[in-house]
Design a protein around this ligand. Sequence first.
Ligand code: BG6
Length: 468
Amino acid sequence: MSFPKSFMWGGATAANQCEGAYNKDGKGLSTADVMTSSKYGHPREVTQTIDETKHYPSHHGVNHYERYEEDIKLFAEMGFECYRMSIAWSRIFPNGDDAEPNEAGLKFYDNIFDLCLKYNIEPIVTLSHFETPLGLQKYGSWLSREVVDYFMNYCETVFQRYQGKVKYWITFNEINVMSTKPWMAGGIQEDTEQARMTAAYHQFLASAKAVQLAHDMSGAYQVGMMYNGHIAYPASPDPADVTRTTQFMHQMLFYADVQCRGYYPNYKIKEFERNNITLPIEEGDLDELRAGTVDFISFSYYLSHVVGEDTPLKFVGLNGVKTGYKNPTLDTSDWGWSIDPSGLRYILNLLYDRYQLPLMIVENGLGAVDKVEEDGSVHDAYRIEYLKKHLIELEKAIEIDGVPVLAYAMWGPFDIISASTGEMKKRYGFIYVDVDDDGNGTYNRYKKDSFYWYQKVIETNGASLKFE
Ligand code: BG6
């Protein structure tokens, strides 16, 4: 096994899925704070204001806000070299449009970064991970151009504040989720293609401006895009299925095309013409997009799709991943997600062939139900198996295919709230957190078997994968 010496091993979380303390120390509400919990196959409800009779998992998360020292110490014990996390924008600007930032919010992330640096853990920071300040609803959230300016204000504040502490920034988590879950990605409830494309346009613009601002502010700053790593295979060798698969992939890849190349691809422009979709382009915008292409691509990878005759060419209802056929060659997780390790090698090649930019895997993992034994141990051999197979494919992409990969950040190193369902029982972690779907529990942390396994992987820079 040969991972580059500079390769960074670590894990990834999102503020609204782990911090809790949703209204503490001046934090304002975000779009995530009005999403109820649900269960597999059912969408989370968006209530706009807080309904005391409902359960909102972001309100407690896994109490990382209070326990971050313990959590980061456990990362250090595993040997983490990077930690991909997100800043809750509404902790910094509680309403999104405030004149001054909230010092307590800024300080909280100072503490996180200082601790990471103490343990030689490189922070990789997402500016917007499925949450937008709820206060920006009055402008129409990402449907509105004004929100681009408020986002830039936020970027300027954190780029300034965390100079010397943070080097890697990611603008929007899984920006392509705008096409499937527009409330999560952009705080918009208007479920039309025109609305989704308008909101995505504003995020492209904001991201391009953020890239330029970061570069102006520090020569050390690297800014990446974040792609929800969808890949799809044709259901059969029928050329018609191959064409359908290409069209299906275009729905997602166009987001990366814009952010990596700096312009909309022809296939999208043609689609807009056919469907009468217009973009709110103002003078100078297209130059901004070209000038603000990203330095690296980060992506999540969990599963692959199969596309055939009956597959809707639009991604719909991703909560249950109702996209296409079940792949008869693959197993699925308890939540119906196909398990496809070689798909990781495939997507690494796909993205590198297409853009020739360095890559970071900033999410990958298995959501599963864990059982805690009486002595507090958790025997999660299934998780180890999943991760091991993916890491072996990652190594092949690096070693055989020559794909430059900077980092691997496993999703949810301590158990956190599921984004799609709001459940707690869908667990990804190396570290078990004692809390249930309703938020009850001690919130104590326990090391699973996978904790020791990953520790070994990092210690040997991947060599242990070979000998197990
Ligand atoms: C990604 C998101 O889509 O998948 C994460 O960026 C999310 O926020 C992860 O948690 C896993 O999905 P889920 O629904 O199992 O939490």
